[in-house]
Design a protein around this ligand. Structure first.
Ligand code: MIC
Ligand code: SF4
Length: 768
């Protein structure tokens, strides 16, 4: 039966699905709404739910069409470069290149490239922003070409914030009215694994790779087999002095333990109502760390409060509750939907939590941190000094990442710790590289009005930019004495309010890193080393020589609430974003008006992609040699790094031979439009072990009868021998980001297959 939606105001799930809808998880209600609106058939869907509810298998597939796509400057580059190349091919075959243009609105944020070159001083943000533009001008000019010549592509210039914060504060509408006149929930996709952050305000979304995005932007719906939905029941309320970050790290641990790869996760129960939408967004953000596609929180009054706080138009806010209620999409804390599996988390039992030193799921109490480090380095921390550095020194303390800087309460908590520490005469040791990079430009105003920017700056936490910075590995150089200590064998650690601490992720030279809330980052910066129990041992001495404990300076919920009341202005969220969008530096970058992109053959950052390299598939059996044999937890950061390019590396050499400045090679993420550089970066992470030749450096492999050589040369050598290549790997292959280069790269090496014990969802799709 074709559904008649011509007279309706919205897709009436209750009418179509009957009482089933009350028992369905909200995520499935949303997928159904989307499917019905686009496909219009109901009978097969009701049958599928009958099967699903009675635990039977169903081969039903949702056809999901997002309203919009979100991209960032480093994942958009290869996708847009592919489109530019396809336009060339079209023109070469006599077609109209301009005919190839996206159908969906695409918002691009230029947030992933700013690095922390200057820190610990006023004006650091401005200087880092200038360096960023100078380093990336050519790529940014390409993005400007895309926005001028491809329909629907809009670029948010550097300085406007981190994509997921922009999505939360500016782009997401929660409820929309489509060209068909139907009201419908906002649903979107993003080429970044942390796209589910928007699930915190009830917008269904997940992360996809750039390759998948390329077909979606041309109007291809995403086919989703009926997902397995995991319910996380929240009971109780978070205790005072415990933050959303602590909960997010516990959720990550619990769900990794359960194993939810590729599942939809949804939160339910009374505890959900006690969390603000800002707090929910922190927990939703870490969906890729727990391995799920989503971490969904349905819409309720907390969502409405968030929309008011961020200055959304009143008439838009007012229609959400009645329409969501009629659509059966409004959260009911008493509802007990059917889930495939469910767990319970008692919020009142959550305490201060960190995760590390190598994986986000390895959560622990502050008292366990030292033991975790000692276990990782396989020796006790010593009293030995390395110059002025202690063993276990903290080299980087960064308030960074969309995960935690989007929640103003967390920034205020960090500010209050800094303020009280300053008043007591505490200071941060010289070896700690401190930085603060909020996701939103309005955060600066908030901290200024709350009189917390000054104390943060006195502790070295000056704002270094409004982008990903340290979180993606753009942490800039370590201080000289840290490098020396590392070369002498010291254990050196990073502490960040980010979501990933895989070895080499935060800085290529750092293997140890802990994730923690922004106030804990400030506290560890003050101590300067991983030592004992920060929660109960003194963290320093006051001016009188008396010990100071963290509990003396740790802010309470009521203190934070009163600062937020004083500091938050809803109109500012829009105004500051508009001010940052109006960027003179961005306007100065050239912009070409032409249907085809004028490639520069001598360019180091953009090369017309060579699609033809992948060997044509042969059917039937074939024999193959393993190009590499890898272990467990081979993350996309190991496969295709995003961080600094070393002048000594093969990629560095290629760039230097073409005139690049060896001292300013920029990061891999900036070269995703140049396959030559990306190919040479594959598998170069120091800690990626290739069991074919364990003793050699990881970017090296061995070819039988020939010997050891770089992976990309080995791939060519095997081609010359006419041998097919495969890669063997262990558990969770491709854990981490959405970066499609981790898949494109191995395809360009000519690998026929990757045989792993298990795959992470986004990477698996990228490979396919
Ligand atoms: C990340 O947090 O790892 C990133 C950098 O945002 C990536 C995207 C990328 O590698 O381009 C992600 O999360 O998908
Ligand atoms: Fe940027 Fe980090 Fe957020 Fe990824 S997780 S989008 S790198 S801030």
């Amino acid at each position: 039966m074709k559904l008649d939606i011509s007279k309706a105001q919205y897709v009436d799930l209750a009418q179509i699905l009957g009482t089933r809808v009350e028992k369905m998880p909200y995520t499935l209600r949303l997928l159904s709404e989307n499917h019905l609106r686009h496909v219009g058939y109901a009978a097969d869907l009701t049958h599928a739910f009958d099967a699903w509810m009675s635990g039977r298998n169903t081969d039903f597939e949702f056809r999901f069409m997002p309203n919009r796509l979100l991209m960032h400057d480093t994942t958009c580059t290869p996708a847009l470069a592919d489109i530019a190349a396809l336009r060339d091919v079209l023109a070469e075959h006599g077609g109209d290149p301009a005919a190839l243009t996206p159908e969906l609105p695409i918002e691009v944020s230029v947030d992933h490239s700013i690095a922390v070159d200057v820190y610990g001083q006023r004006g650091a943000a401005l200087q880092n922003a200038k360096t960023e533009i100078a380093r990336n001008k050519e790529r940014y000019a390409f993005m400007k070409w895309a926005s001028a010549n491809l329909q629907g592509v809009h670029v948010n210039p550097p300085g406007t914030g981190i994509m997921h914060t922009i999505n939360l504060e500016q782009l997401a509408s929660v409820l929309q009215r489509g060209p068909d006149g139907l009201f419908h929930p906002d649903m979107m996709l993003g080429t970044d694994s942390h796209t589910p952050m928007i699930n915190g305000i009830g917008v269904l979304a997940w992360g996809v790779g750039g390759l998948e995005a390329e077909s979606i932007m041309f109007g291809q719906p995403v086919s989703i087999a009926m997902p397995s939905v995991v319910g996380v029941e929240l009971i109780g309320a978070l205790p005072d002095k415990v933050f959303a970050t602590d909960l997010a790290l516990v959720v990550t641990h619990r769900l990794r333990e359960l194993g939810v790869t590729g599942n939809f996760v949804e939160f339910f129960g009374q505890g959900v109502s006690t969390l603000s939408a800002d707090e929910r967004a922190v927990i939703a953000n870490m969906a890729p760390e727990y391995g799920a596609s989503t971490g969904y929180f349905p819409v309720d009054h907390q969502t409405i409060n968030f929309l008011k706080r961020t200055g959304r138009p009143t008439e838009e806010i007012e229609r959400i509750e009645p329409i969501f209620k009629q659509m059966k999409l409004w959260f009911d804390p008493d509802a007990r939907p059917i889930f495939n599996r469910q767990i319970q988390i008692d919020l009142s039992q959550i305490g201060p939590t960190l995760a590390g030193p190598r994986r986000p799921q390895d959560s622990c109490h502050p008292s366990e941190v030292q033991a975790r480090v000692e276990e990782a380095i396989q020796r006790p921390l010593s009293d030995k000094a390395y110059g002025d550095l202690p063993d276990g020194a903290i080299a980087i303390a960064a308030i960074t990442s969309c995960t935690n800087t989007s929640d103003p309460a967390l920034l205020v908590a960090a500010g209050l710790v800094a303020q009280k520490a300053y008043e007591l005469g505490l200071a941060v040791p010289s070896w700690v590289k401190t930085s603060l990079a909020p996701g939103s430009p309005s955060a600066k105003k908030l901290l200024e009005r709350a009189e917390l920017l000054g104390p943060l700056s006195r502790m070295g936490f000056d704002i270094v930019g409004f982008g990903c910075t340290t979180c993606i590995g753009n942490s800039g150089p370590l201080s000289g004495n840290v490098e020396d200590a590392l070369s002498q064998g010291a254990a050196v650690c990073a502490i960040v309010s980010g979501n990933r601490n895989f070895p080499g992720r935060i800085h290529p030279k750092l293997d140890l890193g802990f994730l923690a809330s922004p106030p804990l980052v400030v506290a560890y910066a003050l101590v300067g080393k991983i030592d004992g129990d920060i929660w109960s041992d003194p963290i320093g001495q006051n001016d009188m020589g008396d010990p100071v404990y963290l509990r003396d300076i740790w802010p309470s919920k009521s203190e934070i609430a009163s600062v937020l009341k004083k500091g938050l202005r809803s109109d500012e969220v829009r105004d500051e974003f508009a001010r940052a969008s109006n960027s003179a530096d961005w306007d100065e970058i050239s912009c070409t008006q032409s249907a085809q992109f004028p490639w520069d053959p001598s360019s180091r950052s953009l090369r017309r992609p060579k699609f033809a390299r992948v060997s044509p598939s042969k059917l039937g059996t074939y024999s193959a040699a393993p190009l590499m044999v890898l272990g467990d937890d081979m993350t996309t950061d190991h496969i295709s790094p995003a961080g600094l390019i070393s002048p000594k590396s093969a990629a560095g050499q290629w760039l230097i031979e073409r005139g690049a400045d060896p001292n300013n090679l920029n990061v891999f993420a900036s070269y995703r439009g140049n396959w030559e550089v990306m190919l040479r970066g594959l598998f170069t992470n120091r800690l990626a072990t290739n069991y074919l030749c364990e003793t050699a450096s990881p970017s090296v492999t061995v070819v039988e009868d020939i010997g050891e050589m770089p992976v990309f040369s080995a791939a060519e050598a095997l081609d010359d021998l006419g041998t097919s290549k495969i890669i063997l790997a262990g558990e969770r292959y491709g854990m981490g980001s959405s970066r499609d280069w981790a898949a494109k790269g191995v395809a360009l090496l000519g690998c026929r297959a990757i045989i792993a014990r298990s795959f992470e969802r986004i990477h698996r799709t990228n490979l396919i």
